[in-house]
Design a protein around this ligand. Structure first.
Ligand code: FAD
Ligand code: NAI
Length: 475
């Protein structure tokens, strides 16, 4: 006899575990299956995000930022060091591992508290919403669900001839676990992972070279922000080579010799470690048995409609495994929406107001449309901006690089996009998301009282500048 559940979730990343908790809160009997183990071979729910993504990368970004500031910024505050600071990489890694353990343990507890039945193993959807769970020891059991939520996430894309060996040619997991600072780190792809993890190891002393196939940096960002980011990264010594493709990589003499092609022709570069960060693809390996009715598209993503429903009755899919941005908060919101739809409530995830944040220094954050996208679509708009260098708080902090740029509809003043590079961008973007979600206007932001002195005054002034009435800059 197979165990019966109202909802079976496959995958316990931010899409899956959040969906499972919400389904259980709504009174549905819920199972959640995840195959990930930690170094002690115990379950490690939380998916890519908690184990080898968002959280460990932010832990290392913070540690390396402290080290960098100690060396390069504290002197401005009058703080003197009698000797050169040094970094104990193993302590930094232990701290990161502790944070990860605390959070994955927390997810296990939350599943338990909410009475979600957790299964540690691989889940495969079979016909008629039967799910085969295969444990590591080879034992198998069958579960049956009235509804299934597929939340199997994503895995890094490998380049031909550059298979991950987790020693020389590494992925995100490898780059988060390095035991020492490589003298020379090569990174293929100057995208989100390349810039965040490249920054970590650069701050800790590596020479970091990023090879980016596109001619522009951060092609998805607003051009003004991308340009400002390029200038800041250059100042930090990140060597970003645009329009540069890596043709091959050969491991020899304890290093990786890379051959690149660009407008300058072919070039050879030798690095000690090579991080390949050229995007991720939906993870569907072992997920689907025969005759499930679930369709994959040509990018291997699970096909879903706007409600995250697949082609098979009562089978849903969320997160990185489906269309849309590969972000933890997007996965979680879809998970909640699907659980609520299953319970007969109204659930919705608005893909148009998903914020993006890149946790470099300065941070980069945006929501909505870029100026270039609006130009292309022929939408008439007005834009306003404000530099952090004109805020009292930014200057007092000694952290005033960057700007806020807001874009509003030329006629209705509705906020269409917000783009920030600067201190606290990851937090400042939230009020712009709220404004957009409520179909608010630049004037709404301009009329709201912002505390002084705060970084949020840059958002306020940018909103005033949309109508050319900013106080602390020329209009
Ligand atoms: P995942 O988190 O990938 O979880 C899926 C889980 O399902 C995994 O544990 C997997 O092992 C398991 N699984 C898969 N198939 C099966 C199966 N058949 N049976 C059982 N279990 C299965 N996003 C942000 O929003 N902010 C960030 O700062 C951020 N930083 C990142 C940094 C890095 C280095 C990386 C790689 C990603 C980062 N992301 C970030 C992206 C974020 O991690 C993903 O968008 C998010 O984890 C997607 O959630 P998910 O639930 O769809 O999938
Ligand atoms: P990405 O899509 O952000 O960047 C990949 C980069 O590699 C692009 O700039 C692309 O032009 C370039 N590229 C592709 N093929 C190439 C080649 N052959 N040679 C040179 N360059 C090449 O993907 P990334 O950085 O791997 O991250 C994957 C996803 O993970 C992100 O898109 C994001 O969804 C998520 N993520 C989110 C983070 C956040 O929210 N802060 C942090 C890290 C990852």
């Amino acid at each position: 006899m197979s165990k019966q559940f109202d909802v079976i979730v496959i995958g316990a990343g931010p899409g899956g575990y959040v969906a499972a908790i919400r389904a259980a809160q709504l009174g549905l009997s819920t199972a959640c299956i995840d195959d990930r183990s930690n170094s002690a071979d115990q379950p490690a729910p939380g998916g890519t995000c908690l184990n080898i993504g968002c959280i460990p990368s932010k832990a290392l970004l913070d540690s390396s930022k402290h080290f960098h500031h100690l060396q390069h910024q504290y002197a401005d505050h009058g703080i003197k060091l009698d000797s050169q600071p040094s970094m104990d990489i193993s302590i930094m890694q232990q701290r990161k591992d502790k944070v990860v353990k605390q959070l994955t343990g927390g997810v296990s507890q939350l599943l338990k508290i909410n009475k979600v039945d957790f299964f540690h193993g691989q889940g495969t959807l079979e016909a008629a919403r039967m799910v085969r769970v295969k444990s590591k020891d080879g034992t198998e059991q069958m579960l049956q669900g009235k509804h299934i939520i597929l939340a199997s996430g994503s895995v890094p894309i490998e380049l031909p001839g550059m298979a991950f060996d987790n020693e020389y040619i590494i992925d995100n997991a490898g780059a988060l676990a390095l035991g020492d600072v490589p003298k020379r780190l090569g990174v293929i792809g100057a995208g989100v992972i390349g810039l965040e993890l490249g920054s970590v190891w650069k701050r800790l002393g590596a020479e970091v070279t990023l090879f980016e196939a596109m001619d522009e940096l951060l092609a998805a960002a607003d051009l003004d922000i991308a340009k400002a980011a390029g200038r800041e990264f250059k100042k930090q010594g990140l060597d970003i080579r645009l329009g540069c493709k890596v043709k091959s990589a050969e491991i020899k003499d304890n290093a990786v010799t890379i051959t690149t092609t660009s407008s300058k022709g072919e070039e050879q570069v030798v690095v000690d470690r090579l991080l390949v960060a050229v995007g991720r693809r939906a993870n569907t390996e072992g997920l689907l048995g025969d005759n499930t009715g679930v369709k994959l598209n040509d990018r291997n993503q699970i096909e879903v409609d706007e409600h995250c429903h697949t082609d098979a009755e009562n089978v849903w899919a969320v997160g990185d495994a489906v269309r849309g941005p590969m972000l933890a908060h997007k996965a979680s919101e879809e998970g909640i929406a699907v659980a609520e739809l299953i319970a007969g409530e109204s659930g919705h995830c608005n893909l148009a107001t998903i914020p993006w944040v890149i946790y470099t220094d300065p941070e980069i954050a945006w929501v909505g449309k870029t100026e270039q996208e609006l130009e292309q679509a022929g939408v008439k708009y007005k834009a306003g901006s404000f530099p952090f260098a004109a805020t009292g708080r930014g200057l007092a902090m000694g952290d005033a690089a960057g700007l806020v740029k807001l874009i509003a509809d030329a006629e209705t003043d509705t906020l269409l996009g917000a783009h920030i590079i600067g201190p606290g961008a990851s937090e400042l973007i939230a009020e712009c998301v709220v404004t957009m979600e409520f179909s608010g206007c630049a004037e709404d932001l301009a009329r709201i009282v912002h505390a002084h002195p705060t970084l949020s005054e840059a958002v306020h002034e940018a909103a005033l500048h949309v109508d050319k009435r900013a106080i602390h800059r020329a209009n």
